[in-house]
Design a protein around this ligand. Structure first.
Ligand SMILES: Cc1ncc(COP(=O)(O)O)c(C=O)c1O
Length: 449
């Protein structure tokens, strides 16, 4: 996309204003209070490749892939056709009571082919939080079935995000999300996150400190009471936190030593986002359970998966008395599975994982010099997953920055300290340039207001 080629807004005052008013009144949004938000909500109506179009006809480079979802880009005809064809052929079939369906089965084989280590059995659901809920319940019941019913506790990391349903929220370490719902589930504990970019010491020492925090918590709780440790390979909440090289091997060793299951949440990092098919591949992470969502369908239909090993699945599959006490009406939804199958085929055929690594390296090179700008402290990321961080929390500046980006035809996202950039994996070198240039301008403008 060329910045100069952005279409001028077309005027549809009647319908567009009505749409905005209706959105404010009848549709529950989140992240900002739309009802009192000073700006008119951006109402998207169309998407093509890396571009989204609003109700006024204005185009934006979608620098956040919807919400870290649209790996193959918008308007992919092959996936759209597969979805329509599947809806005509068999729109719905459950996975209950001895019924299966062909597309869900084919997808589970594809996931087994791609998944790291010995993961080969999928429990399919429809959203990320649901996949995490499934993982937590799977870990707990697995230990109960394996003669260790005291292993019920879960360890996660401070600041981590794993979803907002009550089980997933109990694992999530974001205080503001947790507060209104406390007390959350008992037995969920949070340990330190390795943050080399913010650590005053070597990255090795930073990894060691985080590992010590994990071990100390395990010792304190009693290893025989802990079901699982859950973490994202690269943390995406609040800031992009790429762990030091010694972190994941250490986590893997500690979990194995104490019989603690390792749940790797690949909901954001999976399907090429970090320049590998799964983020954990950067450190050869071998999960016992892996959660997937977002990029699994590139958003063409909702789908998530909780993937585990034969060993763990077999503990549940021995007979009626060991059945996993979990189910969902839309598990293995044929239309979502059809979308995922074609999405995975497109990612592989078009080499989008390597492309993410290549374009991600360009984006990183273009963003790193921004650390020299006023008030900017870090630029962190990997693959096509980047955050530019301010020295201190400044939500007002981030808001100005996002508005300035929008004026330049770029749709991004922010936290109190960071502006996030994770464009579709089909992004071009020219778009990477445009994006980095727009971020540089917006940072400068936002600093001076
Ligand atoms: C790492 C991670 N886990 C879980 C979730 C929850 O997914 P969902 O919003 O589909 O429930 C998200 C969503 O952003 C996520 O990034």
């Amino acid at each position: 996309m060329d910045g100069a080629a952005l279409r001028a807004p077309e005027r549809h005052p009647g319908p567009t204003e009505r749409l905005r008013a209706d959105a404010r009144r009848h549709l529950w949004h989140w992240g900002v209070q739309l009802a009192t938000w000073p700006e008119a909500p951006l109402t998207l109506v169309e998407g093509r490749g890396t571009t989204v179009v609003d109700a006024d006809g204005r185009e934006y480079l979608d620098a956040i892939s919807g919400l870290g979802v649209v790996q193959v880009g918008h308007g992919c005809g092959e996936i759209a056709e597969a979805v329509a064809a599947q809806a005509r052929r068999l729109a719905f079939a459950s996975l209950a009571n001895g019924v299966s369906n062909d597309v869900a089965t084919r997808l589970s084989v594809e996931i087994a082919r791609l998944a790291p280590g010995d993961l080969e059995v999928s429990f399919l659901t429809t959203g990320g939080g649901e996949a995490v809920e499934t993982a937590i319940k799977m870990a707990r019941q697995y230990h109960a079935l394996s003669g260790e019913p005291r292993r019920t506790k879960l360890i996660a990391r401070e600041g981590s995000y794993h979803g907002l349903t009550l089980g997933a929220l109990s694992a999530t370490g974001v205080a503001v999300s947790r507060r209104p719902f406390e007390p959350l589930l008992p037995g969920f504990h949070h340990v330190e996150h390795p943050e080399p970019a913010r650590f005053d010491g070597t990255s090795e020492e930073c990894g060691e400190l985080a590992l010590r925090s994990l071990e100390a918590r395990i010792e304190f709780e009693g290893p025989e009471t802990i079901a699982a440790f859950i973490a994202e390979p690269v943390s995406t909440a609040g800031a992009i936190k790429v762990p030091p090289p010694n972190y994941w091997p250490g986590v893997q060793r500690i979990c194995a030593r104490h019989g603690i299951l390792l749940i790797v949440d690949e909901i954001f990092c999976g399907f090429g986002r970090t320049g590998r098919m799964f983020g954990g591949e950067h450190w050869d992470v071998r999960p016992d359970i892996m959660t997937l969502a977002k990029g699994i369908t590139s958003g063409y239909a909702p789908l998530s998966a909780t993937v585990t090993s034969r060993r763990i699945a077999d503990a549940f599959w021995a007979g009626p008395e060991t059945e996993f006490q979990h189910a969902a009406t839309s598990a293995g939804h044929p239309v979502s599975c059809a979308a995922a199958l074609v999405n995975i085929a497109v990612i592989e055929r078009d080499g989008l994982v390597d492309r993410a690594a290549e374009m991600g390296a360009l984006l990183g090179d273009a963003l790193r010099p921004l650390v020299e700008l006023d008030g900017v402290s870090h630029v962190s990321g990997i693959g096509l997953l980047w955050g530019v961080e301010l020295e201190r929390p400044d939500p007002a500046r981030i808001r100005r920055l996002l508005a300035a980006l929008r004026e330049r035809g770029v749709l991004a996202r922010g936290s109190a300290t960071n502006v996030f950039l994770y464009p579709p994996l089909i992004v071009t070198a020219a778009e990477v340039d445009l994006l980095a240039g727009a971020v540089a301008d917006a940072l400068t403008i936002s600093a001076s207001e």
